[in-house]
Design a protein around this ligand. Structure first.
Ligand code: HEM
Length: 208
């Protein structure tokens, strides 16, 4: 990704990465938790999964974009590897917890399925990216990390699109939320597809 294109990604990701802190400060009296059943909120397991998901999700969002800065990767390879391990661990913790909280997603089955599929894509692309890095296939590593971060960036696109969708649905939250559970990540993966295809074409051209 060019430096110019990375700037808005970095700024938006950094802003949203700190958003989960609002839940740490306000607890149940904030955001989506105010819509949950008191029985669910009383469950220690649900709270543990919810807070694991949002906290490690924020950390993955914050550390992920830094890994795409090529000058940083070249100058500080050891820090790139360390941050990379931190990103992978954060994704596994946040992704698995996200799959669990998705069962109780606001908006019912359609929203739940959207988040579950996103969680699976996030986990699979990240683990794949990590495994190919271990095999020193760095072209494949970059490709799978672009997909992984495109999935992670759904946390940003969701929060940009949701207010617009709520306005389109005349202030109704649930129908907007059902749509955004899909719209927050499918277009991101299409962008990742075009970015990786462009990179592949450029590398074939440089070889011929
Ligand atoms: C990429 C894979 C992700 C999946 C599958 C996912 C899934 C979910 C699910 C299922 C919920 C609960 C929705 C509900 O109960 O209705 C949720 C909420 C939340 N997630 Fe994620 N999430 C992902 C990434 C992230 C990331 C990277 C962050 C980092 C900021 C994040 C932050 C939050 C927050 C703060 C909430 C609380 C709801 C809100 O206030 O908007 N998520 N997520």
């Amino acid at each position: 990704m060019s430096k110019k294109a990375l700037w808005p990604v970095a700024i938006l990701a950094t802003l949203i990465a700190f958003y989960p802190m609002a839940y740490w400060v306000a607890g149940h009296n904030f955001g989506l938790l105010t819509q949950k059943d008191p029985g669910l909120l009383a469950s220690q397991a649900y709270r543990l999964f919810f807070f694991t998901h949002i906290s490690f999700g924020g950390l993955a969002l914050l550390t992920g974009w830094m890994q795409f800065v090529s000058s940083f990767r070249q100058k500080r390879p050891a820090i790139h590897r360390l941050l990379g391990k931190f990103y992978v661990i954060s994704v596994i913790l946040s992704g698995v917890a996200g799959l669990v909280v998705a069962f109780k997603a606001t908006g019912g089955l359609i929203a739940a399925l959207g988040f579950m599929l996103l969680g699976l894509v996030w986990l699979i692309t990240t683990i794949r990216a990590w495994l190919v890095a271990l095999q020193k296939d760095f072209a494949a590593h970059e490709k799978w990390m672009i997909y992984s971060y495109a999935a992670c960036f759904a946390a940003v696109t969701l929060r940009l699109l949701l207010p617009l969708l709520i306005i389109l649905h005349k202030g109704e939250f649930e129908p907007a939320y059902r749509i955004v559970a899909w719209l927050c990540w499918v277009p991101n993966l299409l962008v990742a597809y075009f970015l990786t295809a462009k990179k592949q074409k450029a590398s074939v051209r440089s070889l011929s």
